[in-house]
Every structure is written in C-alpha cells, then in structure tokens.
Write a new protein. Structure first.
Length: 582
C-alpha cells in the first residue's frame, strides 16, 4: 500500500534514519468505554483506518462524523536489526493526536499525552524486540468546551463558522533510531542588526570528550564551519555570519544548518535544520520587517480540507494553499484556530509567507481549562520557534475561552499570565493577546470589523482619525474596561467575509457576512470598496481578509473548498495589492 504523507514530518530537525508508520492501521470505536476493562490492549480490532487521517474524514476510509469519544488504534511493525544495538535508542514520535493518548508496545504501557495539537515522543527501546512488535493507542476526545478545540464543533452537525471534528491521529507517526548520547533540541534566534545567530542546543548524555560541529550554508555552499565543546550538555553561543542575507516574503533567503555530534572523531548524531535572518519590531504605530515599515496583506486561513478535515491530503496541498494565497496578492496569513502541520510552516519559510501563529481555543473557562491551555501553548511556541515565517503569536481569538474578560479581573489576570509566559519564551516576535477586541496586554491592536461598505468604515473611524476620540467599538470594544489606546500599530485582522455563491460552490445554502452575492462583479465591487477604505485609513498598517477558501457551509472564500478560484485571481490581486489605488 502507498504510504500517505511520506515526507519527513519535522523539517527543522531532520535525522537521516527513520521509519514512517502512516498507512493502514487496525481501528475500533469504544463508545461504551469497555476497552480498558476488557483488555483491548491484546485485541485484534475489527476496522481499518488510514493514518494520519481522522476517522471523520473520507481519506481515513471510515468517514463517520458521529460522536465517538474513545477510539483505539493498533498496528504491527518490524524494525531493522541494525536499529537494535546497545548504544542506540528507539523513539516513537506522534505529530499530533487529538486529544488524550495512551500508548502500549507489546502489551506494556509506555506513556500518556494530553494535548491535541502538539507532538510527543516516547522512548520505546526497552519495550521492543527482534521481529514483530505491536503498537496500541487509545485516544479520548470529548466535546468538553474547556478543551482547546478551535473550530471543531462540539455539536453533532457543523454549523455557522464551526466545522467537523477531528479525533485521534491527524499528523504523521514515525520511528527514529538515535544514539544514547544525542542532540535533543536546537533553538535559533536571528539578530540581523549584528549579523549574528544565537544557537542553543542540548545534548543528552553528553561527556567532556564530545564536540559539536556546526556548519552553516547558503545556496548549496558551506560558508562557515566551527567546532564547539559541549559544556554540561548544553551549547549557548553566538555565531557571526560572514555574509548577511535577509529573509522576507519578497526574498525568502534561508541558510542551511548542520549539527554533528562527535566523540573522538566518530559521528554520534547528526541533525539538519535551517534558519532565516529576519526581524519583526514596532516603531511608533508601524510594524517593521527588517527595520523597515511593512504593510501586511494577510488572509484568514483555517487549514481545513474537504477530504482530510484538519489533515492535509498531501504535502503539496499545504504548499499549494500558500501558492494560491500569494497569487491572490497576500503576503501572509492568520492561521486561524489551528496549530498547523510543521510542513506548512516549512513551505511558508521556503516560499516567503508571513504567518501569525494562533492557538486553538477552548470555549469555557475554568482553572482546569487554564492549565490545559497553558500546558499546550508552551509546547506550540517551543515547536515552532525556529520558523522565520512566524512573526506574531496570538494565544486568544475574540475572547474565546476567556469570557467576560472585558470587566473580569480574574480572567484578565489569566490573559496577562499567558502573555507574560509567551514573552518569556520568545522575545523576538510580537504578541497579539486577544485577536479582534477586548485587548488586555498586547504589542499590537487588532480589530475585527466586517463593515459592509467604505462609507461605514469612514463613519466609524472619522473621529479617531481626527484625534477626537479613542478607537471606537466595532463588534466589541477594542480594549478591556478602563484601558485606552496607547499608540500601538493597528490592524483590521478580520474584514470582508463576502459570501459568493459562484457556479463552483457546491453548498448553495452556505453563508457569508451581510448575505451572499451571486455575481462576480458584485463580489469584486464589494471587495474593492472595503479594501480601498482600509488603505485610505492611514492609521492602519495591515489587514486580514476573511478568508482564503470556503470551509464546509461557510462560503466566504476567495477559492472554493476544493481550491478552485471563484473569480479571476489577477483581479483579486489588483485589489489586495492596492494596484488600483496608488
């Protein structure tokens, strides 16, 4: 059987040896929670599923969208004999499994994980044997509104702007043989002002006779090669680049990075990575990219696919969404309520495409919900830190999971806690605390404003532009009670949302903001009207159009759910890039 999603799943931390475990697995629903009581760990399951696609999707081979809160997976695997050595370990990696997971190898429990959008790894060395091994996975995914779930609907049928759920494995599963002493992590921080990268790396089971050989390349040529001693298992150094090439959407220059762990000239471990030299900062009410004002033309991208739901059918599908977006004139996206597959971020790095990293939110608050969110959010930042495409972190959207934040000190304290943690983990990117409204502690002010016309925009913001009022209320107040605008950059990060029932749209009952149009010229007229207004309001330094594609019943995409253009893309580009207004 052809293995789906066969590309290496962790593009910024690549090892040469690995085994892809995607493909056909055994599968079972456990609606009555009998599995643990009846020892399903040793059971042969009756169904088949294609990993890494969730059972709700067509590509899984099941396509069942009913509630099944507990599911089981199993598969047998053989490992190469050379992988079982005294000086080696075997790691089992999951890209993402929604939501709680428990794993057994050959009947022995090896670990548990909670968090549906982040990777996890288990050392299974002591559990495997020569010949056939059996992997079993139990997943629990409820409709709890305290669980970080993003746009996955907690009701049976998708409705409005909430869509079909994703349960279980939805990113690649793979095995990886490693040395006992090995490179465990790489953290790369660019400093374009000094042409320096800060390189931090941890080595497991390090000893004083080891060195780390670092090679940096550009355009297939090695431009720097140095050796460093490992001090206490960690490396924390600044490396001056002999020549500086900046990364941007227009010039997505990337350096290659190779780390080799050696002991007495013997290679112990080797990892390939890459990095981009770029800087995102704020000066007054402008956002700067590489120390120059940069207008962001973003599009809302929810990362749903007709046949895979949250799982992209192929690597090309992830790449193609970026290609389509750039053809339509956008230079980046708000990856909305989804922690996207690392392969998407890889292609954004390669093709030159800005990304706002956003967490999938819960919908109710509790102290337990806080801890669930914070635990997973930290892992998101750590996973994606090295990607130059990401320039903004957005932990919350439209006060989801933080109800009454406008005037509730306890909820406000929670948001400040998340923002402080985000800043502590990453001081190189901007923080957008609560995208859309009711900002508590933020580097930028983002507003969701689906005004129907330019006239409505000018009327709403006229007094603010004349300096006679604070930022006005759109759907909700831009700040929490008692807080005022302090001169930060302002972006309209949701606008438009124009529903268009073109001939390519299958769901004729779908919806868009302010109703749907049925003719191409109506769509273009409305898009041009509202977009021109944003360009003319000079206090705005970027926007985000809703949205890139239709999603299920929501038909306000520039492209259909199947990624077919609804209107002439060049005409869209002319409007989005402001060609008609210059």
């Amino acid at each position: 059987m052809k293995i789906p999603r066969k590309e290496y799943p962790r593009p910024d931390f690549v090892r040469p040896e690995w085994m892809n475990l995607n493909g056909e697995w055994e599968f079972e629903f456990d609606d009555n929670d009998f599995g643990l009581k009846e020892n399903w760990i040793n059971k042969k399951f009756s169904r088949k599923i294609i990993v890494p696609f969730p059972f709700q999707s067509r590509l899984s081979g099941i396509g069942d969208t009913n509630f099944h809160n507990i599911v089981w997976y199993a598969r047998d695997f053989n490992i190469p004999i050379e992988w079982i050595k005294k000086d080696r370990k075997l790691l089992l990696n999951f890209g993402a499994v929604d939501y709680e997971s428990k794993v057994w190898i050959n009947g022995e429990e090896v670990g548990v994980n909670k968090g549906g959008h982040v990777p996890f790894t288990f050392d299974i060395t002591e559990y495997v044997k020569n010949g056939k091994n059996r992997l079993v996975l139990r997943v629990v995914d409820t409709q709890s509104k305290e669980q970080p779930r993003g746009k996955q609907h907690f009701e049976l049928k998708s409705r409005g702007c909430f869509y079909t759920r994703t349960t279980g494995i939805w990113q690649t599963v793979w095995l990886e043989p490693v040395s006992i002493s090995r490179i465990d992590s790489i953290k790369i921080t660019p400093d374009i002002d000094n042409a320096v990268i800060k390189l931090e790396s941890n080595v497991i089971e390090a000893n004083s006779s080891q060195i780390l050989e670092v090679s940096i390349g550009f355009d297939s040529e090695i431009i720097l090669k140095k050796r460093f001693e490992i001090n206490g298992g960690s490396l924390n150094i600044n490396i001056k680049l002999p020549i500086l090439y900046l990364w941007s959407p227009e010039t997505p220059n990337l350096y290659s990075l190779n780390l080799i762990l050696k002991e007495k000239n013997k290679i112990i471990d080797e990892v390939d990575s890459y990095f981009g030299m770029r800087k995102i900062s704020v000066k007054g009410d402008r956002i700067l990219l590489n120390n120059k004002p940069y207008f962001q033309r973003l599009v809302l991208d929810q990362g749903y696919f007709p046949d895979g739901i949250l799982s992209a059918p192929t690597d090309f599908d992830l790449k193609n969404d970026i290609i389509l977006s750039k053809k339509a004139g956008f230079n980046g996206c708000r990856k909305h309520q989804k922690v996207e597959d690392p392969r998407f971020l890889y292609w954004a790095d390669k093709l030159g495409y800005l990304v706002w990293g956003e967490m999938a939110n819960a919908f109710e608050w509790s102290e337990a919900a806080e801890e669930m969110f914070i635990s997973e959010w930290q892992r998101v930042i750590k996973r994606d830190y090295n990607h130059p495409c990401i320039i903004v972190w957005s932990p919350f959207n439209e006060s989801w999971g933080i109800p009454n934040v406008y005037d509730n000190p306890r909820i406000q304290s929670y948001v400040r806690r998340v923002v402080a943690l985000t800043r502590e983990m990453d001081r190189t990117r901007l923080i957008n605390d609560n995208d859309g409204w009711e900002h508590v502690d933020t580097d930028i002010v983002t507003i969701h404003d689906y005004a129907l016309s330019s006239k409505e925009y000018f009327k709403r913001y006229k007094k603010f532009m004349l300096g006679k009022s604070d930022l006005p209320k759109a759907h909700r107040f831009p700040f929490i009670k008692g807080k005022k605008y302090e001169g930060q950059p302002v972006l309209i990060t949701e606008y438009g949302g124009i529903g268009y029932k073109s001939k390519n749209v299958l769901d004729k009952t779908g919806w868009g903001y302010h109703g749907a149009v049925t003719k191409q010229n109506e769509f273009l007229k409305r898009l041009k009207d509202v977009t021109s207004a944003l360009y003319k309001m000079k206090f705005i330094c970027g926007f985000c159009y809703t949205q890139l594609t239709d999603v299920e019943q929501e038909i306000n995409g520039i492209f259909t759910y199947a990624r077919k253009p609804k209107v002439n893309v060049e005409k869209i580009r002319n409007i989005i890039e402001d060609r008609d207004f210059r």
